[in-house]
Design a protein around this ligand. Sequence first.
Ligand code: C5P
Length: 222
Amino acid sequence: FQPKVLSGRHVLITAGPTFEAIDPVRGLTNRSSGKMGFALARAAHEAGAQVTLVAGPVALPTPRGVQRVDVMSAQDMQRAVQASADAADVFIAAAAVADWRPANAAGQKIKKDGSGEVPALAFVENPDILAGVAQGARAKGGALYCVGFAAESHDLLAHAQAKRARKGVPLLVGNIGPDTFGRDDNALLLVDEGGTTELPRDGKLALARRLVAEIARRLPRG
Ligand code: C5P
């Protein structure tokens, strides 16, 4: 039995990696299966929310009842998120967004000409989608509740606390290692103004249901 703790709420979720084109056949991406974000979308729908899932390139089926928007690059993802953010009550940024993109993607395939010369790639920084949405919501005085994720190799608590402050979000969720990529289980460390809560190792769907319940408890009454 799943209590409908998010009924009447609109939840916006990003999931998966982004893909930044170098040329029409090559690109730069991050490691992310999208499993946690998709599990969160399913769990939020089960909890009664209207769910919009903005997904980078992943091979996962759309959870039932969830509105999915497929994107490739961080800039595409930002546009899709901005289109839905005003109507949302909760924003969960579970995507692994590429920090940089090639400065000038080539319109045609870069050819290997046999001379041994390698192309020089220049990068520009991608927008921080989560920080931007959180800042926009604050500026509008809205009640959008923003949740960020952190995947760290060491010092998870310190990094999660710092990230929470830097992104300006009330709740930051750390993936407790060693390596969550593509796995079906995970363990989470929740960091908010009250301190920390640990969600012990479990399947990603079970954890997503617990995280959704934790988020619902923290929302202002709707
Ligand atoms: O800074 P870092 O990438 O470690 O932060 C991770 C958190 O910020 C995740 O919630 C991720 O979805 C979000 N993020 C974002 N846009 C970026 C980079 C990260 O929304 N460009």
